[in-house]
Write a protein that binds this ligand. Sequence first.
Ligand code: SF4
Length: 375
Amino acid sequence: MVPVNPHLVKYPFSTEARDASRRLANDVKKLVNLLEDEKNEYIIEEAEARILAAIDQVELKATSRGDSHDVLVYPTSRLIVEKIDVPRLREYQAEAESKAVNKHLGGEKSKFIMNLSQSSFGWNIESLGSAVERVNMHELLRRYEYRITFENFLEVAPSFRSPEWKLVNRMIQAGWVYISKSELTRLISGKFKQLILRGHLDVPELPGRLTQAVQRIETEIRGKIRKSAPLELTETLTTAFPPCVAMMHADSSRGKNLPHEARFAIASFLLRIGMDVEEVIAVFKAAPDFARASAGYQVRHIASKGGGKGYDPPGCRKMQTFGLCPVYLGEVFDPLCEYVLHPLGFYETRAWETTKGITNHSWYASKRKRKQKLR
Ligand code: SF4
């Protein structure tokens, strides 16, 4: 067994990791052939486990076998996801892989992180020195560890929603944006996410072992992930709204003015499940301060982001912080809320239950891991 450098497994987008993969299999066809060898079966198993963890939104662990072939686990998981070709599955994978990278980077030294971003993405970044070295800098700049060029910052930052990523809220000087170490790790993991979302592989016909893996994942995602066209919003599916959305929807229809965060949450949610812009605008029509032009502008703006798929609706934690989760506030209860971390996860599961006529929810406890405690 030839040992592997753990960094190659943790950071599959790095030049070194890509070179190491290429040395073992320099194109997709070679990779497919190599995976047919019985002794490499563990690679498919690990890749499959990685995809399943991404679907279940649990933390991805770095492959621990310690063999040089471990670098093929990530490309194999990408190969399987590309073969299945379901956009939502690719999104789950991108989200989980990027979170794993962000977590690993949290334990790395500043110099390593800077070098990784420079060599992997060609970013122009400069270190501002250690805390001691920065002591003589202007106090507004002292807390930052790096500066990155404006162009490189803008490759990723607009995909983050928090206000601190907006340029107007940044410290900028002569074309450089000042950033902290945790912000650099966020930019790196965000860039990796983009690469997964935008990268498409031409996958050839797959032989036995890989085809079986593809079929197993397809079975797993059936009902969990919407395949292609957004679900059609019908009277039945409004009953699949999570309590948070149902409440905002009802308040809006009753003519109550919703706070800004609630408008964003409900608009981004409804757009993501397939409502068109006009239908979403209509949801806000009863509000006393409704102004068609500005509502239209805001909804169109939300819909146009993320390469046309719209802004990501906020997850449960954010909804709870905003005071928009009625379950967290103890106003209503639905057991499914404890098994999801995102209103979309709630919606997909409940819509599936609705179409199957499932009303007994006791299966959550046997099939799913509880993700939050709300009572
Ligand atoms: S737990 Fe999540 S899905 Fe359920 S009501 Fe709260 S925010 Fe919505």
